[in-house]
Ligand binder design. Sequence first.
Ligand code: GLN
Length: 466
Amino acid sequence: MSALVRRAEEAAERILRAESRGLNAVLAFDREVLLGQARTVAGREAELPLAGMTVAVKDNIATVEYPTTCASRILEGYRSPYQATAVRKLKEAGALIACKTNLDEFAMGSSTEHSAFGRTLHPLDPERVPGGSSGGSAALVAAGAVDAALGSETGGSVRQPAAFCGVVGIKPTYGRVSRYGLVAFGSSLDQIGVLARDVNTAARVLSVISGPDERDFTSAPIDPVRVPPACEHLSGIKVGIPEEYLPPDLDPAIRRGVERARRLLEEARAVVKEISLPHTPLAVPAYYIIAPAEASSNLARYDGVRYGRRIEGDKLDVGELFRRTRGRGFGAEVRRRIIVGTYVLSAGYYEAYYRRAVAARSAIARDFANAFDPSRGGVDLILAPTTPTTAFKAGEKLDDPVSMYLADVFVCPANLANVPAISLPIGRDQGLPVGIQLIGPQFSEERLLQAASVLERLADPEEELR
Ligand code: GLN
């Protein structure tokens, strides 16, 4: 048997072992499907850049091999007739689609507790959440079951779980990776991202899935990301730390994570200085208006007629059919978003909420553009914490949506500004991973990856932060 097929068998064992421990990171897996792909790729290692790499796929990304449920009852058992572009490109590059991973229903959430199929456990502490919404992808990578995973971000759903689980997570610039086959949540924000145990693996996956796609009219006409060559130091690179991301009441361990990253960047000869992104406080409120507004429109298609499992009944008129299908098919958080989104778009409230949120979004985007503007002595990269705390306990924020939303305070600005960002583990606090993020100007993924790999080489992510 070829070494590649043997490695795929080992990956299958690891996935099954993680799941038998109750991780619940996986929504669909079939050993034979994985081994079948391995046998097709075996022998072509020399020509395929990702030959044999096992990649798990978040279950809001369409795959032909497995159902695509978005962790929702309404799509239970749904099989996409087509492959997402990112998945197709991965397979063409020789990667093996290992399984589909758990998420907050329709990617709405920050803990993977809003899955209709049960919560995913944090791989290091079963009482805690892995983050979300790409929690299954992050947990599975952290558990060492797969080489990498696809996730999606609308407002931080790759970076936040990556930070909680102690893995690398990159959200590319909006438009860098085709959204074709990514189930729409907030279409002006949605972007496929990558989770992996190290920066190089994330870069290799991103280099394959990025690039223009005629099937997604918002995909940017820009060449795919190249895997950047290793670099020794960061001399000449200017890094800014926004004061708004280090509020006085920030968890001290998270602050120590940023300080450690700062020291390591300086050791690598980068110049680090304080900057300001003054509209940061508007990000969470703006995000939680814009994302639900777009979701309320995108999710209108799940009515039991066009899409979604229909709830039948005797002599239902069409209104009642829609009501039952949507009332039973969607979970509480999804229903909340639809209601909020419909409200902020409705006559009389549109100006007060949606219009102002869009203006706030522009102000946030301008903050970043100014910070990166060379003619104003701007910086090349921004260093910031990824999350305000380490992984929280399951149930802790479930009944308090606003506190759950605030878990996104440091991640969602980059989504609103459509700029790329990468989170990587920097150390531990009482055994739990602490992540930091680097944010760059639009389409600066190569520089981000390069700086992240220098930081990765210098940091010991297992070390307690003191
Ligand atoms: N936590 C955010 C939300 O609930 C982000 C989700 C995402 O990025 N998909 O909307």
